[in-house]
Ligand binder design. Structure first.
Ligand SMILES: Nc1nc2c(c(=O)[nH]1)N[C@@H](CN(C=O)c1ccc(C(=O)N[C@@H](CCC(=O)O)C(=O)O)cc1)CN2
Length: 360
């Protein structure tokens, strides 16, 4: 039920900008962090699901009586986070004269990847992160990519490095991602970072951006995770697998649903929290969702639409119209998780620069 999923306790928003180690050393990190923090002003957020710190018990109970899910507004939350990051970057520049730098390596000319890289560059500019780019042709060799990674690994003005995925088919993704310095792995895809995420009592230097964004939305909207049942649909290295690890670290009981799962609908219907990252348009129907569950839709699937100027529109993995009638809260597509991915990348880059320069 929705009333048991949402928590009414207060939560410092600044906790998300801290490394995971600081969060998880405390049993209930949101309440235990002692640094000064300024609560996010989420009053402008369209959703009527109140953020955690202002949600009263009575408001939480009231949610169960409503027939339409609340919209979890990732775009608005991402904007607030980017504003906080911009402030921190000014403080860092004024304090020690350092500006965080992010290097992006793009191989090939996929239109979607070019758009994402362009948007990352724009987001960096907006908050004051210096961006560096290496654009390599589709037929580049692995050695050329590795050479660029090595150059950015050695460059002290670069604090974060990412290789835009997917890579062309002839490239060995594992070899390339392994070459990124773990200290600058702001995508969190290095096996040491993923390994630490998977292990009890260890923390990665960086958490992959999309799953981190999903968790951030759950925290911001006061969704209680501890002790809840969560289902992650999809087991990709970029989203599904790290999302499951993060939910587990937050003390949820996890099931993973994937292409070989025999009864996905039945398993998904048991979940209080659903994160769907299957990449299949409208896979999750209303009947898959337990009444009152919280739904985080990571899918970004193009479907033909002659009325759209682009000739297509983007839909999620979740059948939004049906889900809205059953879930207590849901992320839209677009405007849900997508903008959080880039906000988390900026957050990871800022954390990296702070760590490298020991700036508190
Ligand atoms: N190295 C990486 N590669 C990829 C990642 C990643 O995190 N690191 N994730 C995805 C793509 N991605 C970022 O790279 C990404 C995808 C979507 C969005 C986004 O803001 N989506 C918008 C819609 C955008 C549109 O209209 O086209 C939304 O959902 O609202 C940002 C980043 C794969 N590769």
């Amino acid at each position: 039920m929705a009333s048991s999923v949402f928590s009414d306790s207060s939560s410092p928003a600044a906790a998300r900008l801290l490394p995971l180690s600081v969060r998880s050393r405390t049993s209930q990190f949101q309440r235990s962090i002692s640094i000064a923090w300024r609560p996010l002003d989420l009053s402008a957020i369209r959703s009527t699901v109140s953020p955690r710190r202002s949600l009263s018990a009575s408001a939480a109970v009231a949610m169960t009586t409503e027939t339409s899910a609340k919209v979890i507004d990732g775009k608005a939350v991402a904007k607030q986070i980017k504003d906080e990051i911009a402030g921190e970057i000014v403080r860092m520049k004024d304090g020690i004269g350092i500006v965080p730098g992010l290097a992006v390596i793009l191989v090939g000319s996929r239109k979607d990847s070019q758009t994402y890289v362009r948007n990352k560059k724009k987001a960096c500019e907006a908050v004051g992160i210096k961006s560096y780019e290496a654009n390599l042709p589709e037929d580049s060799t692995e050695e050329e990519v590795l050479k660029n990674i090595a150059r950015f690994n050695d460059d002290p003005s670069v604090h974060g490095i990412l290789v835009q995925l997917p890579l062309p088919r002839h490239m060995n993704e594992e070899k390339i991602l392994n070459a990124v310095s773990i200290e600058k792995d702001v995508d969190g895809f290095h096996p040491l970072n993923i390994g630490r995420l998977a292990m009890q009592g260890r923390d990665p230097l960086f958490v992959p951006c999309t799953p981190k964004g999903c968790m951030e939305l759950l925290h911001t909207y006061g969704v209680e995770i501890k002790g809840k049942r969560a289902v992650v649909i999809g087991r990709s290295n970029i989203v599904g697998m790290p999302a499951a690890l993060l939910l587990q670290k937050a003390n949820a009981t996890i099931s993973m649903v994937h292409s070989n799962t025999r009864n996905p609908e039945e398993i998904t219907r048991q979940a209080d929290i659903i994160i769907s990252a299957a990449g299949v348009a409208n896979l999750v129907r209303g009947s898959w969702i337990k009444p009152g569950a919280v739904v985080i839709d990571v899918g970004i699937n193009p479907v033909d639409d002659a009325e759209s100027p682009r000739g297509y529109r983007l839909v999620g993995d979740v059948c939004y119209e049906e889900a809205c009638k059953v879930a207590s809260a849901i992320t839209p597509v677009p405007g849900g998780v997508g903008p959080m991915t880039i906000a988390m990348l900026l957050s990871n880059t800022l954390s990296s620069a702070k760590r490298i320069h020991d700036f508190k």
